[in-house]
Ligand binder design. Structure first.
Ligand code: CP3
Length: 344
């Protein structure tokens, strides 16, 4: 079977596929007992990301259980700052920690060595394409420059990214340099993933929702467009999904402005607005991950609402953000069956 018949690729080409292909953000993760077991074996979280044997294994775990239509490379958006020597660590119960970057350090960031540092991740992509069933699409990804920059500046996760917003106002030149720098490094990384066998790539802008209108244009849209232009200049047929979480009405022109093939939607995006966005091309989303925790009617109703409103156009069924550790694996089975039952 060739890549052209993988359902997600068909949708990314603008076709309506029924039932829609389905995968879940963070589908390989702590809600799965087999993930927790491999994770314990790996040592640290980054050791898992850089160990192709184990990263291939955890990527395949949810595919074996649920036959999702896509596998997403197991890695993290913070491997880029790690490759830039920002001392990334994942501490149990604390989320990520990095050395916070100061304005005067930004121009000393060195892109040399990034691709060597990330070569185990590219090796994972290569092996996955060999191991995956031919009908399953392989997705690569990176973080959007704004979202990656928020972690590099604060040195940890924050609820509203106040440190990065403040930094952007106080140090506009250093900040603009950082976004462009991250865009260029990320574009090279995505090209390497595509060359290793990724059918499509997703750009995660998980913190887009804290930006005002002007900042969204400069810090979210522009750098993502820079990545996409750079990737397409080298790989013209590259398929790209852009996910700007929390962007709300600012998503109106996001596809046209970024040139993404598909746009990811979080669960707060009204389905009527999503249907308007879908008139211009494929959308991905947008079930509330809490419906997967709740299960039962809450889950079934959420699936039906999305399929009723978006099922007759190009749709990739997904959550509106990553699945959470407390989700019951049986509810994920119910989700996949619920989506697939509705096909014609
Ligand atoms: O989707 C997948 O299954 C692929 C793997 C993947 C991970 N992180 C694995 C992971 C992907 C695509 C990501 C993206 C990512 N990482 C984002 C963007 C998407 C989003 O969720 O908003 C962000 C912001 C990060 C940064 C990050 N990584 C944080 C804030 C954390 C800690 C929070 C948490 O959930 O613990 C991580 C850790 C992380 N990345 C885990 C996994 C499975 C859990 C860590 C563990 O197993 O110990």
């Amino acid at each position: 079977m060739t890549a052209s018949v993988r359902k997600i690729v068909e949708v990314l080409n603008g076709k309506t596929v029924s039932p829609p292909p389905v995968w879940l953000m963070r589908q390989a993760g702590r809600y799965l007992p087999e993930y927790r077991e491999t994770r314990t074996k790996a040592g640290s979280f980054l050791d898992l990301c850089y160990n192709p044997d184990l990263a291939v294994e955890v990527t395949l775990q949810p595919i074996r259980r649920y036959s999702f239509d896509a596998a997403i490379l197991f890695s993290d958006i913070l491997v880029i700052p790690d490759a830039l020597k920002r001392n990334v660590r994942f501490e149990e119960g604390h989320g990520p920690r990095l050395d916070p970057i100061a304005a005067e350090q930004i121009r000393t960031l060195d892109p040399r060595g990034v691709s060597t540092h990330l070569s185990p991740v590219i090796e994972t992509v290569r092996r996955l394409r060999v191991e995956l069933p031919p009908e399953v699409a392989l997705l690569g990804f990176c973080g959007a420059p704004w979202t990656v920059a928020t972690y590099m500046i604060a040195g940890h996760g924050t609820p509203d990214q106040a440190p990065a917003r403040l930094f952007a106002y106080r140090e506009p030149d250093a900040f603009a340099f950082l976004l462009d720098f991250l865009a260029d490094v990320s574009a090279d990384y995505l090209v390497a993933q595509i060359d290793a066998g990724a059918d499509a790539v997703q750009i995660f802008d998980s913190w887009a929702g804290v930006l005002g209108e002007d900042e969204f244009a400069r810090f979210a849209v522009r750098p993502v467009r820079r990545i996409i232009d750079s990737v397409r200049a080298r790989r013209p047929s590259a398929k790209i999904i852009a996910f700007a979480k929390g962007a709300g009405v600012l998503l109106k022109n996001y596809r046209q402005e970024t040139k993404a093939d598909a746009i990811g939607l979080d669960w707060a995006v009204p389905l009527s607005f999503a249907a308007d966005l879908q008139k211009d091309g494929p959308v991905q989303g947008n079930l509330d991950p809490m419906r997967v925790v709740a299960g039962g009617k809450a889950l079934d109703d959420g699936i039906s609402a999305i399929l009723d409103k978006l099922g007759n156009g190009p749709l990739i069924f997904n959550l509106g953000h990553g699945i959470t550790p407390q989700a019951d694996p049986e509810n994920v089975q119910r989700l996949v069956e619920g989506v697939r039952r509705r096909g014609t």
